[in-house]
Design a binder for this molecule. Structure first.
Ligand code: DQA
Length: 151
């Protein structure tokens, strides 16, 4: 069974209330529920974490990456300036996909820069909660190919 971690950064606990034009009206709990039911069908075990604190996100990465096969991260505003999270991700031995609910390239200029994306295998942005499901599919494909090669 594939084990995938999902990290959501600051203010994503406020989804449903915050900036519905960019993020839609689903709460984080509702989004997690949709992601969980997709993962269940695919026989994937998810570990989901949200934090408003940079250090807590870094500790989650450090403490969990060796127990997981892949990682999905929406670093939220940290995307644009956290070299500390980028360094933690760089040291991660597993493939990482960066996701965003909104299309960060069609918004304010500061959002178009990600300091974390270059240490990930790719980035998916602009598809709302589907961004997470697309990221799971991408990791699933990559990890299953890897397993087939090992066998
Ligand atoms: C976000 C985009 C970021 O620019 C913003 O700070 C967020 C959410 C997204 O999912 O679209 O908090 O990561």
């Amino acid at each position: 069974m594939l084990k995938i971690g999902i990290i959501n950064g600051p203010n994503l606990n406020m989804l449903g209330k915050r900036d519905q034009k960019n993020y839609g009206n689903l709460t984080l709990e509702e989004i997690n529920h949709k992601i969980e039911s997709f993962a269940k069908k695919e026989d994937i075990e998810l570990t989901i974490k949200q934090s408003n604190f940079e250090g807590e996100i870094i500790e989650f990465i450090q403490q969990n990456s060796s127990k997981l096969n892949g990682l999905i991260i929406n670093p939220a505003a940290y995307t644009h300036y956290s070299y500390a999270i980028a360094d933690a991700l760089r040291d991660c031995p597993i493939p990482i996909v960066e996701v965003h609910l909104s299309n960060i390239f069609s918004r304010e200029d500061f959002r178009a820069k990600s300091v974390t994306a270059s240490v990930c295998i790719g980035q998916i942005a602009g598809f709302g909660y589907q961004s997470y499901i697309l990221a799971i599919r991408a990791l699933q494909d990559l990890l299953e190919k890897k397993l087939r090669k090992i066998k």
